[in-house]
Write a protein of this length. Structure first.
Length: 158
């Protein structure tokens, strides 16, 4: 598609769409035709991580400057924006049990972000170690985090 693509994620469920992060833009492609369905713009810095929710209609993305949540059912509109305030976000997942909660990892932080219906985000600081990677498992409602501070560590969370 384009040079410089850093992240690709298939839409869960049907797998008909592909989210492609290129620098600070996410293109949503029909994977069979490679026609761009949506172009999600708003990040200032390069996107470090992105993920789909289980419905395949919402995407969360992080860059060092902040988090954004996008709705494909609303034409790619940015529903939420949460600045990183120097925490240099690196990874994001939707919580496997609570669909309105995001887990965000960054420099010396892991935060749970509760997305409210009125566009507000409530933050719960849950760790002071630098989180470089996150993975969720919806089947058993757990997620894993990894850190590369002094010794690489993997933690499992419920």
């Amino acid at each position: 598609f384009q040079a410089g693509v850093s992240i690709v994620r298939f839409q869960p469920g049907s797998g008909m769409l592909l989210a492609v992060a290129n620098q600070n833009v996410i293109n949503i492609l029909d994977f069979q035709t490679f026609i761009v369905q949506n172009c999600l713009r708003g990040h200032v810095k390069y996107i470090c991580s992105l993920c789909w929710d289980v419905t395949g209609q919402t995407i969360a993305s992080v860059s060092e400057d902040g988090l954004r949540v996008w709705s494909l059912s609303m034409g790619g509109q940015c529903l939420y924006h949460y600045p990183s305030k120097g925490k240099m976000f690196k990874s994001v997942i939707f919580h496997p049990r609570y669909r309105n909660v995001l887990v965000v990892g960054g420099f010396q932080c892991m935060e749970l972000l509760i997305l409210e219906c009125n566009g507000q985000i409530h933050s719960i600081h849950s760790s002071s170690i630098s989180i470089t990677g996150l993975a969720a498992c919806t089947q058993n409602e757990i997620f894993a985090s990894t850190s590369n501070e002094f010794l690489p560590v993997v933690n499992i969370w419920k």
